[in-house]
Ligand binder design. Structure first.
Ligand SMILES: [Zn+2]
Length: 263
């Protein structure tokens, strides 16, 4: 998981979302706002404005319409980061939308947790009372840089690990994100990261070999471009970040240090 590049939604689309949101916000009580948000969503979701929402979210994805959480499956579900069943005031908020696959969206679904004033993880349940907005425990790939909380083990397991010490809030953010989304538990994701590493390495070796033999700059540029189109971009970012500690990477990045800046 990496932080998504921000993109703007056109002003007319934002205005249309604001109109839809106003309908919800004008309802007198919190339970009514929750019911309306949940019940209206499937039909409102079919409006044309959401084609545009999907298009812009798709442009933000890590790879062509890849899920913002797992980077593996196609993204086809607009995911409310703060669930509409808890935060009806954000059901039509552009900033609250992510683009995810069903396998990531289903287990996360309506779950949400915030840090209490005392710093404890508080999983929210739907009640008649509006929950505090409180800081999110789950990492939001639009607002947070997940790589500040997680690192990917490229030498062995290809599973993510929390960066910060157990017992700290930053550890909780990493831990809850990994568990709720199943990012380490789905074997196919682990295998996809492992094979992505092999693909990145092979292309990068090809680049270094060509560079060594003074290849035409256009050929080098084409190879660079092909690396940028591979899936599981987090694997590449980790290769850049960990290049000093993995022998085969240290040698390659020493030959082609420009690749440390490739995004
Ligand atoms: Zn996913």
């Amino acid at each position: 998981m990496i932080r998504m590049q921000p993109r703007e939604l056109p002003a007319e689309a934002l205005a249309e979302l604001a109109d839809l949101q106003r309908e919800i916000d004008n309802l007198p009580t919190y339970p009514e706002r929750v019911s309306a948000a949940v019940e209206q969503w499937p039909s409102r979701r079919r409006r044309r404005v959401f084609d545009l929402v999907e298009k812009v979210l798709g442009d933000m994805c890590p790879g062509p319409k890849r899920c913002m959480f797992c980077e593996d499956n196609g993204a086809y579900q607009i995911e409310h980061f703060r669930p509409k069943s808890l935060y009806p005031g954000l059901v039509y908020a552009w900033v609250n939308y992510l683009f995810a696959c069903g396998q990531c969206n289903a287990p996360k679904s309506n779950r949400f947790a915030i840090f209490s004033a005392g710093g404890e993880v508080l999983e929210l349940v739907r009640t008649a009372l509006e929950p505090e907005s409180g800081p999110s425990v789950l990492l939001d790939p639009r607002q947070d840089e997940p790589m500040d909380y997680l690192w990917l083990d490229l030498s062995d397991t290809f599973r993510f690990k929390p960066i910060h010490a157990a017992g700290t809030p930053d550890y909780s953010r990493a831990d809850v994100t990994l568990r709720w989304l199943g990012l380490n538990d789905r074997d196919e994701l682990v295998e996809a990261r492992r094979s992505a590493y092999g693909n990145y390495l092979a292309r990068f070796e090809q680049y270094a070999t060509r560079k060594r033999s003074n290849a035409d700059p256009q050929i080098l540029e084409r190879l660079r471009h092909s690396i940028g189109r591979l899936t599981h971009i987090t694997v590449w970012r980790e290769m850049q970040r960990q290049h000093q500690t993995i022998n085969e990477l240290r040698a390659l990045f020493a030959e082609a240090p420009e690749a440390l800046e490739w995004r």
